[in-house]
Write a new protein. Structure first.
Ligand code: AGP
Length: 609
């Protein structure tokens, strides 16, 4: 996440940058900062916390002569929220300033080699290497230094740079992270999202993936990586400001569903290096301790609990370790049997859910090692844990969790691979093969979402039904539980989710002619069993809506409707099979006219018991 903005032109820019950042605050608010060229020097103002803190810092410090500058609002990934870690970052001379959104995967090696060459770092961030690389490559041509820096770094990112020797130039590049140019009269903006400059100009120029750009008061140029200027037209946007904040999507939830490929890519970035193995910098629980654990105990609530349930299958399968799972509000009032060789994993998007925190604290008191999987750097969960795996889903605004769930499942996969590595339950080659497949999934998801339209049609057929049953087996069980939770929380339709094999012990009595039954029937070792359960449903004349693997043409014979998803190996399949269920819930809720971003009676973070 993170939001970045730049301005070059004839107007005083400090306030323009500040107002632009206000519009980008939804992308993160751990810290914020601006750098402006004033009196021939680059002046940097940064503050921890949201934009109100930056506003206080800027009071009486507006650098009214500045006509060139950068701004940044941060969602912390590398380095805790602090003034030193806030952007913009500078080089050793203070002549160069940069802002970055994204992750530099090879920053550790780059930092070591730059330090060996005498560069002095002042932050813990990955982004600061970009300022020092530009310094290293700078020979009077800022764009060329940006281009050479791009060649040095790997990962996914968008960055902008200014130099005190170039008062009318911003140069930068992007790879996979968003960056757009706003072209005005005698001025230009660059930003992570259009709302940042929409009140100033509606003329937009797109910077494509793996492209460079330069903006000056005279206009904008976009270039390929050899600096050939590309023929890029400007387009006029007609969005209102509210739509713009949602990136053109009608709701935050839909936007977040479509951000899932990035959420997954960010969460695994740098943790599965091509050289092999699994790297978890914040694990902090020693490999010797992890090698000896005899039980993993997962505690969480709601959607996070469903991610934990995926963990049960994956951890047993890959790390050959016993797994128990409980809802945090139950766990905290039981007498769980824990020991120093139990690893308790608390999963919480917010890191602030009262029941999950209480369960984690109790586990620690009982002598277990505690690991937090959370999306929020510095949250309470991180302080109540011995080790952390951060999900990197970015800020999630929709109350119904979507992109944070995908990131949680990915974090679980990382944990399982890490334990398999230290416990020797998978070979290096097996870990490498799973890692390679995991890295392909963001692209599979992107393609799936681009061509997805089936769920809307299916939603239209069923949205007036009074009840939905969801069935799944194996890793399909947590997926169906999550699908049912999504549907009930945003459409208010009663749902029941069950292990498919358990249906005949009770829930089958609910079925009637035409009752919609959503079945997760992706390929896997229990597929044939799921088909038998589908037959049982059909015998009661219920309507089967199946989630199935692309290429499985046979499923049509057993189903009224099918939502096909790309093929993956079984343990990775929840990363994809949950997405059609999120979309189904979404479309049904929209058709019913519900407020999907703020469903009734719910809160994004549940800090009470
Ligand atoms: C999911 O859509 C919900 N909003 C809810 O179940 C949520 O997952 C739960 O409250 C746990 O929150 P946490 O991940 O922040 O701990």
């Amino acid at each position: 996440m993170c939001g970045i903005i730049g301005y070059v032109g004839a107007r005083p820019c400090t306030n323009l940058l500040y107002e632009g950042l206000r519009k980008l605050e939804y992308r993160g608010y751990d810290s914020a900062g601006v750098s402006v060229l004033s009196g021939g020097r680059i002046e940097v103002v940064r503050a921890v916390g949201n934009m109100d803190s930056l506003e206080r810092e800027l009071k009486g410090n507006g650098y009214s002569g500045a006509r060139l500058g950068l701004g940044h609002t941060r969602w912390a990934t590398h380095g805790r929220p602090s003034t030193e870690n806030a952007h913009p970052h500078s080089d050793c001379t203070g002549e160069i300033s940069i802002v970055l959104n994204g992750i530099i995967e090879n920053y550790v090696q780059l930092r070591e080699s730059l330090s060996a060459d005498g560069h002095e770092f002042t932050s813990e961030t990955d982004a600061e290497v970009v300022a020092h690389l530009i310094e290293k490559h700078y020979d009077g041509d800022l764009l060329e230094a940006v281009r050479l820096t791009y060649g040095d770094i790997s990962g996914h990112f968008a960055f902008c740079a200014i130099h005190s020797g170039h008062p009318e130039l911003i140069a930068g590049a992007r790879k996979e992270c968003p960056l757009l140019i706003g072209v005005g009269e005698g001025e230009a903006f660059v930003a992570s999202a259009i709302p940042a400059f929409l009140s100033e100009t509606r003329e937009v120029m797109v910077i494509g993936d793996e492209e460079l750009f330069r903006i000056t008061p005279e206009g904008a140029e976009v270039m390929d990586l050899q600096k050939n200027v590309l023929d890029r037209e400007q387009t006029r946007v007609h969005w209102d400001v509210d739509a713009a904040e949602k990136g053109g999507f009608e709701t935050f939830m839909r936007k977040e569903i479509y951000e899932q490929p990035d959420s997954l890519a960010d969460t695994i970035a740098g943790r599965l290096p091509d050289s092999g193995g699994v790297v978890l910098d914040e694990m902090l629980i020693g490999d010797d301790v992890l090698a000896d654990i005899d039980k993993v105990y997962i505690v969480a609530c709601g959607t996070s609990y469903h991610a934990g349930m995926v963990g049960r299958y994956v951890l047993e399968n890959w790390a050959n370790v016993a797994v128990e799972l409980d809802i945090a509000s139950e766990f905290r009032y039981r007498e769980p049997v824990l020991s120093p060789s139990t690893l308790v994993v608390g999963i919480s998007q917010s890191g602030e859910t009262a029941d999950t925190l209480a369960a984690m604290r109790q586990a620690r008191k009982l002598g277990a090692k505690v690991l937090a999987i959370t999306n929020i750097m510095g949250s309470q969960a991180t302080r109540d844990a011995d080790g952390i795996i951060y999900t990197r889903a970015g800020l999630e605004i929709g109350v119904a969790a979507t992109k944070s769930h995908i990131a949680q499942i990915a974090a679980i996969h990382l944990l399982a691979l890490y334990l398999a590595q230290v416990r020797g339950t998978l070979t290096a080659a097996q870990i490498g093969a799973i890692a390679a497949e995991l890295k392909e999934i963001p692209e599979l998801l992107r393609r799936y979402l681009k061509h997805e339209s089936a769920t809307h049609e299916i939603a239209k057929r069923y949205y007036q039904q009074p009840f939905f049953l969801f069935l799944g087996r194996g890793v399909g069980l947590p997926v169906c539980l999550e699908g049912a939770l999504k549907l009930k929380e945003i459409s208010y339709i009663p749902t029941e989710a069950y292990a498919a094999g358990e249906m005949k012990h009770g829930p089958i009595a609910l079925l009637d002619k035409g009752s919609p039954v959503v079945v997760v029937a992706t390929d896997g070792h229990v597929y044939d069993k799921v088909v038998s359960n589908i037959e049982e449903v059909r015998a009661r004349q219920a309507a089967v809506i199946a989630v199935a693997t692309e290429g499985n043409e046979g499923i049509a014979a057993y189903s009224d409707d099918v939502m096909f998803v790309p093929r993956t190996s079984e343990m990775l399949s929840p990363l994809i099979s949950v997405v059609p269920l999120q979309l189904l819930a979404y479309h049904i809720a929209q058709l019913k006219g519900c407020n999907v971003d703020q469903p009734r009676n719910l809160a994004k973070t549940v800090t009470v018991e």
